[in-house]
Write a protein that binds this ligand. Structure first.
Ligand SMILES: N[C@@H](CCC(=O)N[C@@H](CS)C(=O)NCC(=O)O)C(=O)O
Length: 340
């Protein structure tokens, strides 16, 4: 009994933290990347009726697989609930957590994770049914509302802070699964849904009557969404981060899925260096990858802009504007350190 008590006082993360160096070697030996994703947030990670996954997060995992194996399909996707996701990465059940997950200090430290590259800068918002609440145009009018929120997310604390800071009461209606929130809200069991704004647009498309629902203008938090890996494995951390930066760099340099073959031969010296074509190019080898790693990512998956448009932008049902996810040269926040 004493031992049980003692065990119960040790933080969960102490058990869940295996020796982690060597993920790249383990992945290479296994022949695939294990990627932890949501159970279904269209645009980020969602399976179709045949079980094929797509979305911005899915494409990051496919880019890593393309870089390592020259095969974007060498990925096994593990759908997780918001609450389960951290144990899954800590325990080694997945190699990358690519789950519209917000990078925060607590997750970077106490949860034993590492974050850096951000594949989508988001913020938390509110959605209401305009037929039910026709007068509501701003979140400041939500006093007394019942608010559906998902447990295990940053959304819970943000919404509590927001209502408190504005001296407003609300009734949280808390669920563990996004699907439960979706159906509760669609059935009118809560007045408001609050999650990351991108996810609101995604959920809206799946409601019985999408046009009735309005995303309110307030953005109440910063949600930099990116890849999380376990602490203690810098080589793997580098591979995952640089897979994202390679896609951003390709967009900056105008390297596309269609022209990457031509660019290898006729590109500028910088383009050729990025594509591993300059004599003595070490960039891939320094990451533990083939010299062709960037070309593999772009030819199989696309550059960041192409991926964004396909998954979230004009080429998708979501039609989300690039906004702050534009390249830095266009006034946005997507900025890759020099790939040299
Ligand atoms: N970015 C926030 C929220 C991320 C999150 O978990 N979002 C929920 C609501 S959009 C989700 O993806 N759920 C998917 C699921 O439960 O499968 C966080 O990291 O805590």
């Amino acid at each position: 009994m004493k031992l049980l008590k003692l065990l119960l006082t040790i933080p969960l993360t102490a058990f869940a933290m295996p020796v982690v160096a060597g993920t790249l070697e383990n992945v290479k030996a296994a022949g695939f990347v294990k990627c932890g994703v949501s159970t279904g947030v269209p645009g980020f990670s969602a399976p179709d009726e045949k079980g094929e996954w797509s979305g911005l997060d899915v494409d990051l995992c496919r880019a890593v697989a393309a870089a390592i194996f020259d095969d974007p399909k060498a990925v096994k996707f593990a759908p997780l609930s918001a609450k389960e996701r951290f144990t899954a990465i800590q325990s080694g059940e997945v190699d990358i957590l690519q789950y519209n997950t917000t990078w925060s200090l607590g997750r970077d430290t106490a949860l034993g994770l590492n974050f850096r590259a951000v594949n989508y800068y988001d913020g938390q918002g509110f959605m209401i049914n305009s037929r039910k609440l026709p007068a509501v145009k701003s979140a400041r009018q939500l006093t007394g509302a019942s608010v559906c929120v998902q447990t295990g997310t940053t959304s819970e604390l943000n919404v509590a802070d927001y209502f408190k800071a504005n001296g407003m009461e609300y009734n949280p209606v808390v669920f563990e699964k996004l699907e439960e929130i979706r159906s509760a809200y669609d059935a009118g069991r809560c007045d408001v849904v609050t999650i990351d704004q991108s996810a609101l647009y995604s959920v809206r498309l799946t409601l019985a009557n999408p046009a009735e629902h309005i995303v309110l203008p307030e953005v109440i938090s910063k949600e930099p969404l990116g890849s999380a890996v376990r602490q203690g494995d810098d080589k793997w951390f580098d591979v995952v981060n640089w897979a994202h930066y390679a896609m951003v760099t390709a967009e900056e340099l105008g390297i596309t899925q269609a022209n990457v073959g031509d660019m290898k031969v006729n590109g500028s010296p910088e383009v050729k260096r990025v594509l591993g074509q300059e004599a003595g190019s070490q960039l891939g080898a320094d990451l533990g990858l083939d010299r062709d790693w960037v070309a593999r990512i772009v030819s199989h998956v696309g550059n960041y802009g192409e991926v964004f448009e396909r998954d979230l932008g004009a080429g998708s049902p979501l039609k989300i504007a690039r906004g702050i996810n534009a390249l830095w040269v266009n006034g946005g926040l997507q900025y890759a350190p020099p790939l040299r």
